[in-house]
Write a protein that binds this ligand. Structure first.
Ligand SMILES: Cc1cc2nc3c(=O)[nH]c(=O)nc-3n(C[C@H](O)[C@H](O)[C@H](O)COP(=O)(O)OP(=O)(O)OC[C@H]3O[C@@H](n4cnc5c(N)ncnc54)[C@H](O)[C@@H]3O)c2cc1C
Length: 399
């Protein structure tokens, strides 16, 4: 038997984008439900390093364009959320590090100094004097220079948990291959039919938002949309666990002085209390297609060269493949901004970065206000829980 249910907005995908939007739109008075085909956060969000970027990467490219200005506003936007003073109240979310650093070895120091002296960056990137070095760099046995960026690092598990807990009765699990869409005479999507176990439900809505990361392409195909194009950027991420590893949060800038730092390290704690170093940056991009043994060997030699004062003898090394999913708006170039597009009554969205999620939510919220979209409830919302199960949360890869 197929049950029926009606709401204003159906969101597909329970990563940061879908969960943030669910909170934001419900907070604005819309009726909205979220459908997840796996575990919440299991896509890119819990695989992310949790860095709230301030735009240095764009500045490294030599230009501070419009997109860089949007991202440079993000750290303070997130900080207002963390203080409970903005659209989404993130009080209680764990901040892993209040600061993010950039480390350069002496080889590129003069080039970097000239660059950092540029007007566009003044006041945003500060050289740290040796006596103020964090503990990790106080022990440095190589000559280098440390800079403090406006970026900081969030614990993505606690971030997601806050967003889930606030709306948990509206977050459901579905089987991805059960999704079928129906259209009305104006060629808008009128409903989606989904299954969870033996139960099938047809959900009517005024708007559908695809926030399924890599899964957006499958939804675009099922809904037979023409416009949005997606792209994947594969990564081979490495993590290192150790009983005695210190915490460190740093981009290491390589000689090539490229847009992607040579190495990007964040530190996390697993459930046994061990520190986990999570490694991204150029090593993750250049490691695509390499077997585990090669990728780990290269990460080992990179860490030994960059941080020779750290004892990595008893460390355990792992790596895994994951894709970044983005809109393909500019011939496979990396998009610089959060992106959504609308076709019929379907929005397809990618935040591009976790950092830009508040910006994506602003854009969609403004879009709905301009329509305007008005609530039109036919059934009690609670009835959906009779048919679908609540979605569960994923854990990070190092658990
Ligand atoms: C290794 C890595 C490190 C990163 N580090 C950072 C960082 O430090 N800072 C930063 O700002 N950004 C970072 N990013 C980017 C950031 O993680 C992503 O931009 C962001 O998490 C995307 O969120 P999302 O909700 O759009 O997608 P996702 O997190 O991928 O979530 C999509 C969800 O949709 C679900 N889904 C898929 N198909 C369907 C379907 N058919 N129906 C229903 N649900 C479906 C998936 O199971 C998943 O839960 C990183 C990305 C990667 C991969």
């Amino acid at each position: 038997m197929t049950s029926s249910y009606s709401t204003d907005i159906v969101i597909f995908g329970g990563g940061i984008a879908g969960l943030w939007l669910l909170n934001r739109l419900r907070g604005e008075g819309y009726r909205a439900v979220l459908l997840e085909s796996n575990k919440l956060g299991s896509g890119q969000t819990l695989a992310s390093q949790g860095i709230i970027h301030g735009g240095l990467k764009y500045a490294l490219n030599g230009t501070l364009n419009g997109a860089a200005n949007v991202i440079s506003a993000m750290p303070s936007r997130w900080r207002s959320c963390l203080a409970g003073e903005a659209d989404i109240d993130l009080r209680g979310c764990r901040v892993l590090s209040e600061h993010y650093y950039m480390w350069s070895d002496s080889g590129i120091r003069s080039k970097l100094k000239t660059f950092l002296g540029s007007k566009s960056l003044s006041g945003r990137v500060n050289a740290v004097s040796k006596q103020d070095y964090p503990d990790f760099f106080k022990l440095a046995s190589v000559d280098g220079k440390l800079y403090e960026l406006p970026d900081f690092v969030l614990d993505t598990e606690s971030l997601l948990q806050i967003l889930i807990n606030r709306q948990k009765e509206y977050v459901f699990t579905i089987e991805s291959d059960s999704i079928t869409f129906a259209r009305d005479e104006s060629n808008n999507l009128s409903s989606v039919s989904v299954k969870d176990g033996e139960s099938r439900v047809r959900i009517e809505a005024q708007r559908f938002i695809f926030c399924a990361g890599e899964g957006n392409q499958g939804l675009i195909d099922k809904a037979d949309l023409k416009k949005p194009k997606s792209q994947l950027r594969p990564l081979n991420m490495v993590y290192v666990k150790g009983e005695t590893l210190p915490s460190v949060f740093v981009h290491c800038i390589g000689d090539s002085f490229s847009l992607t730092p040579k190495l990007t390290v964040t530190s996390h704690t697993d459930t046994h209390g061990r520190i986990v170093w999570y490694l991204g940056g150029e090593i993750a991009e250049s490691g695509v297609g390499k077997d585990d043994e090669t990728q780990i060997r290269e990460a080992q030699s990179m860490l030994t060269a960059l941080f020779p004062w750290v004892d990595l003898q008893d460390a355990q090394w792992h790596c895994f493949a994951v894709n970044r999913a983005e809109a393909n708006v500019n011939n496979n170039y990396r998009p610089e901004d959060a992106y959504f597009t609308e076709e019929s009554n379907v929005l397809v969205a990618w935040p591009t970065k976790l950092t830009l999620t508040p910006n994506l939510a602003d854009k969609i919220s403004e879009h709905f206000k301009a329509l305007p979209l008005t609530p039109s409830i036919k059934h009690e919302e609670s009835s959906l829980a009779d048919v679908l199960s609540y979605a569960e949360s994923a854990t990070t890869r190092w658990e």
